[in-house]
Design a protein around this ligand. Structure first.
Ligand code: KG4
Ligand code: ZN
Length: 335
């Protein structure tokens, strides 16, 4: 079964054709970073317009590369920026109607989790997955392909969002994650004590707004000089990585699950990948990391998620709506 996946929830316009949820036949990702860089962050209206301009270019391209024949069209319906989502959904609806193929709505977080099915041919639930991106930070218990439960989530900023904001304060270009990682490599992680919210509490939630603000105040107090920038970046990144890893370990202990996964844009971070490996070794867990190519937003993960869990909001496909605050816990029940 070949599914075309379309992803437009944020600042990547992406499409891919995937066979049986695991094999990528054709794919294209158009990054809008140059359009948003000037503003230091994603401008929703600019994103929606860029999706509208690029979808008619990349979708025919991947369809042609895949030989034209597809069995279904899948599209992200949320969570994400409403205008960006609406653009992708409208395009997917039109295509599904024209080709007379079913339309499958996919939750973006379920998509990130499916990036692991593309990266590891034999991976099957149950497992625990830490999804850390620019918009989300969630520890998800994947009980089966279509039954997922959120065990912990951020109560304010997402990990990637906090990283991007600290990076911006340090004068780094957007998106800050990769730049902050590079800067941190030249600094000492023990130079500053960055607070970790909720550490040692009896829940698995995160909070990154406090640590981010602490770093901003720290820079105001010590002065934002070249000499301290790398140390601040290293200290902040280590603090974020530590709390992400500690809560994920705790989630695995509490659920008794032996497989642990990492997904989302922040999973490209080498320090986080290394810390997850050390944690998995310590806890006796089997770790699955996404292929670097599938860490960020892409169409293949959406096609894969649609194959493994087509019971998203498929009831009346042409009535599919964008749901900017879509909740993974309710994924199966929407129609
Ligand atoms: O999953 P994604 O592409 O988009 C959302 O769904 O949000 O994630 C983007 C986020 C951004 O915050 C970006 O800075 C972060 O992932 N990111 C990184 C790295 N590469 C991307 N954060 C830390 N280190 C990286 N190497
Ligand atoms: Zn994402």
């Amino acid at each position: 079964m070949r599914i075309l996946g379309i992803e437009t929830s944020c600042d990547e316009t992406a499409a891919a054709v995937v066979e049986n949820g695991r094999q990528v036949i054709a794919e294209a990702v158009y990054s809008q970073i140059p359009q948003h860089a000037f503003y230091g962050g994603v401008v929703p209206e600019v994103a929606a317009r860029a999706h509208a301009a690029k979808l008619p270019v990349i979708v025919p391209q991947v369809l042609e590369e895949a030989g034209g024949n597809i069995d279904a069209v899948a599209v992200t319906y949320g969570p994400g920026l409403v205008g960006a989502l609406v653009t992708g959904i409208a395009f997917a609806k039109g295509l599904a109607y024209a080709l007379q193929r079913p339309l499958i709505g996919v939750d973006h977080i379920a998509g990130h989790i499916a990036s692991l099915y593309l990266s590891h041919r034999s991976l099957r639930p149950p497992f625990v997955c830490l999804v850390a991106s620019g918009g989300h930070t969630e520890i998800v218990q994947v009980l089966s392909h279509d039954t997922m439960q959120i065990l912990g989530t951020t109560r304010d900023d997402a990990a990637g969002e906090a990283i991007d904001k600290v990076a911006r304060r340090l004068g780094l270009p957007y998106p800050g994650g990769p730049h902050l990682e590079e800067l941190a490599e030249h600094g000492h992680a023990d130079a500053y004590d960055v607070p970790q919210s909720f550490r040692g509490q009896d829940h698995l939630d995160f909070s990154f707004s406090g640590p981010k603000t602490a770093v901003v105040h720290l820079l105001e107090n010590i002065g934002d000089t070249e000499a301290v920038r790398a140390d601040v970046a290293a200290s902040f990144l280590e603090s974020v990585v530590e709390v992400l890893t500690a809560n994920t370990a705790k989630a695995c202990r509490e659920t008794g699950v032996h497989k642990v996964c990492l997904a989302g844009g922040v999973s490209a971070n080498h320090q986080l990948r290394k810390a997850m490996q050390q944690m998995a070794d310590r806890e006796g867990l089997q770790l699955f990391l996404p292929d670097p190519k599938y860490c960020g937003d892409n169409g293949a993960m959406i096609a894969s998620a649609a194959y493994f869990a087509p019971a998203g909001p498929t009831g009346r496909p042409l009535f599919l709506n964008a749901d900017p605050g879509a909740d993974l816990d309710e994924y199966r029940h929407q129609d």
